[in-house]
Design a protein around this ligand. Structure first.
Ligand SMILES: Nc1ncnc2c1ncn2[C@@H]1O[C@H](COP(=O)(O)OP(=O)(O)O)[C@@H](O)[C@H]1O
Ligand SMILES: [Mg+2]
Length: 196
């Protein structure tokens, strides 16, 4: 993972959210590095990060069991492409996340979640990613939105990612090569963007 000004801004947004015991929501085009950036931040802070692939078949009790594990182990959860989940389920998920965040803000050691008392490890955090274009952003219920600090990632710095990756692979003329790769990625990105 190459650290670029875009990933840095995303880190700032997410760590700001963590400081206020909120979650972070990264919104952007497919392939802009949303999931990887959150994972990389987790690695940098030595946090166990779990990516949860959301789907339209997801039920609230499945999320409840997952979040129970996250809260009691202090891990980080990334709800990947949250907009795929049905709105009714998202409303319930918002209540569940709100319960965890409230307990964190009160610095509780135990709290009641899903009808049972569970321990709370304060380092736990919940993030989501959302691909725009794929599903309308307004699908996300307001009670869920307010629990997350939004960060948007639009166009990744392909030339920088390519140049640093090439240098790390041993290419000495990475600067010239990265310009060619950049042009290729831009074309690919424009093509992908026109399809959604
Ligand atoms: N800053 C970066 N440095 C290196 N690779 C990156 C960077 N940003 C994205 N990538 C690569 O781009 C691909 C897509 O990233 P991903 O996080 O899955 O995108 P998204 O979640 O936005 O769809 C991954 O293979 C990832 O390794
Ligand atoms: Mg992703």
């Amino acid at each position: 993972m190459v650290i670029t000004p875009l990933t840095n801004r995303c880190y700032l947004g997410l760590t700001g959210a963590l400081h206020r015991k909120l979650g972070g929501g990264v919104i952007g085009a497919t392939g802009s590095g949303k999931t990887e950036t959150i994972k990389e931040l987790g690695n940098a802070l030595a946090m166990h990060t779990v990516v949860f692939n959301c789907s339209d078949k997801l039920k609230s009790f499945a999320v409840e069991r997952f979040l129970k594990g996250v809260a009691s182990s202090g891990a980080w959860a990334i709800l990947d492409d949250i907009a795929r989940v049905q709105v009714e389920v998202l409303s319930v998920v918002a209540q569940q996340i709100s319960t965890i965040q409230r307990a964190q803000q009160q610095q509780a050691e135990n709290f009641v979640f899903g009808g049972m008392e569970i321990p709370l490890v304060s380092s736990c955090a919940i993030f989501f990613t959302m691909n725009f274009g794929h599903t309308p952003c307004n699908k996300i219920p307001a009670n869920l939105k307010k629990l997350f600090r939004p960060v948007s990632m639009v166009i990744p710095e392909y030339d920088m990612v390519a140049e640093i990756s090439l240098y790390s692979l041993g290419f000495s003329n990475a600067n010239a090569l990265s310009k060619k790769i950049h042009t290729f990625f831009r074309l690919l990105f424009d093509q992908l963007a026109s399809q959604v």
